[in-house]
Design a protein around this ligand. Structure first.
Ligand SMILES: Cc1cc2nc3c(=O)[nH]c(=O)nc-3n(C[C@H](O)[C@H](O)[C@H](O)COP(=O)(O)OP(=O)(O)OC[C@H]3O[C@@H](n4cnc5c(N)ncnc54)[C@H](O)[C@@H]3O)c2cc1C
Length: 446
């Protein structure tokens, strides 16, 4: 009951704090801004920057959706209030379109608040691009590096540059990582954050006091430190929702799409039936286009249009744990690109604590994915090998699991087409699905 009333109060909270949270999220327009009138964009910027601007309360947002009809539809109705959905709503609203967005739970309650919180180009994808001569992967890194700088500039109160240390226990690792990370700098070009560099073993331990001088393969030869971005993912997501609302989008949380509405010929999606999760009330909202940004759940939305559509999501889960601050220094991350079993392990400073994790294992799609004990233990084992202190199970303050909506082309014959890039498709008229990709590149999905 207390939770329900707290949630009901969210509209009011957003109304007060929306302008300040969102103020910088539109310093630069979204990636696909070409074609938008500069006058419209300037007006949107002014509105966001106006300290007196307030977001209409929940009742007004809901009435605006209920007020739509077949002859008075929204231009776009977005399903899902994660990074993708809120990014789409903001982009469309700043183009002057009439936009609605509904989110089943709360903004950023899905994958978008369960990430590693890195704004990155993807060093691993660069490695794949080089070794597999894969131009697609290279393009992915190139675009992500462009976005990395832009996202940090757009929301400097929620994002910062983070140095990350890669420990090397063999000399060939020093050369390998140094060259690889120099290439990472090179691909970033003028959007590079800082030059990567080598630190001797003594310097490295000074910078990261819990780093072990002994590894499986020998003593620490040094580290290569490179730079990526770090963000407060859930606050950035709420900032996007607020920005979209401030420039005129109707955004409603705790509102689930339970079915899609077809036109009279059954040929095109023209809206959605929505259930207000707080009141239980159901209503219809109409739109010229419905955008499915339901993340891991986008197949269930696609199947509302046509139950025979084949699945396009390959869910992959990642677990993170939170440890006390003394395991990692303030302002320096530790990233092990390849652990004993070939996975990545990392420790990153985060809001006065340390988060550690490793990503990617197969999973089923559930609304509240939970970290399993063996996954937590795996992370502890993985990071312990690189530290000079024992990390105890009792030190784990909390843990979370997130589901990555890896997308594959539904018409593909094998899973090799699973992309780390986002996928946009209209496999049913009037319903556009946008999924996959990374938080870092949410603006490109739009
Ligand atoms: C473990 C892990 C670590 C990651 N780390 C990083 C990282 O460091 N950097 C990076 O760039 N990317 C990272 N990612 C990827 C990134 O988090 C995702 O690509 C991104 O958050 C996906 O956002 P989304 O909006 O598509 O999905 P979501 O955030 O899941 O949003 C979808 C929303 O749709 C809602 N929804 C579903 N069905 C309905 C319905 N019927 N009606 C209304 N609403 C509905 C859900 O409630 C949900 O809130 C990571 C992913 C994982 C899993």
């Amino acid at each position: 009951m207390a939770t329900a009333s707290r949630l009901r109060g969210l509209g009011a909270v957003l109304a007060v704090s929306g302008a300040t949270w969102a103020a910088v999220a539109l310093v630069q327009p979204p990636a696909s801004a070409s074609g938008r009138g500069s006058a419209g964009l300037d007006a949107a910027r002014r509105r966001i920057a106006d300290p007196a601007a307030a977001i209409p309360p929940r009742e007004v947002q809901e009435s605006a959706l209920i007020g739509t009809s077949v002859i008075n539809p929204l231009d776009v109705l977005v399903i899902g209030g994660g990074a993708t959905g809120c990014g789409v709503a903001l982009d469309a609203a700043t183009r002057g379109l009439r936009v609605g967005l509904v989110e089943r739970e709360d903004f950023s309650s899905g994958t978008s608040s369960r990430s590693t919180k890195m704004i990155h180009g993807g060093v691993r994808y660069l490695e794949k691009a080089v070794f597999n001569l894969d131009y697609g992967q290279l393009k992915l890194v190139f675009h992500a590096l462009r976005e990395r700088k832009q996202v940090i500039e757009n929301a400097p109160h929620l994002c910062q540059v983070l140095p990350c240390m890669t420990p090397c226990f063999e000399w060939f690792e020093v050369v390998y990582y140094w060259m690889g990370l120099k290439l990472y700098d090179l691909v970033a070009g003028r959007r590079m954050l800082h030059l990567s560099r080598y630190y001797s073993a003594n310097e490295s331990v000074e910078l990261f006091p819990t780093l072990s001088r002994k590894g499986h393969n020998g003593s620490l030869k040094g580290t290569v430190v490179y730079y990526d971005g770090q963000m407060n993912d859930s606050r950035l997501n709420v900032g996007l929702a607020c920005s979209a609302a401030l420039v005129g989008a109707t955004v409603l949380n705790h509102a689930e799409v339970i079915s899609l509405i077809n036109d009279e010929f059954g040929e095109r999606i023209i809206g959605a039936r929505i259930r207000d999760q707080l009141s239980g009330k159901e209503f219809d909202a109409y739109a010229k286009v419905v955008v499915n940004a339901a993340g891991p759940f986008c197949d269930s939305v696609r199947k509302m249009a046509n139950k025979d559509l084949s699945a396009m999501i390959c869910p992959s889960s990642g677990v993170h744990i939170v440890l006390p601050d003394y395991y990692s220094p303030e302002g320096m991350g530790l990233i092990v690109p390849k652990t004993k079993d070939g996975r990545i392990a990392f420790m990153l400073p985060w809001l006065g604590r340390t988060i550690a994790g490793t990503t990617d294992s197969n999973t089923a799609i559930t609304m509240l994915p939970e970290p399993h004990e063996d996954e937590i233990q795996f992370i502890l084992d993985a990071i312990c090998s690189y530290l000079n202190v024992q990390v105890r199970r009792s030190d784990v303050l909390s843990a979370w699991s997130g589901i990555r909506p890896l997308a594959m082309d539904p018409s593909a014959k094998n899973t090799e087409s699973i992309s780390r890039d986002h996928v946009v498709l209209e496999d049913y008229p009037g319903l556009i699905t946008i999924t996959g990709g990374k938080w870092t590149t949410y603006r490109r999905c739009c």
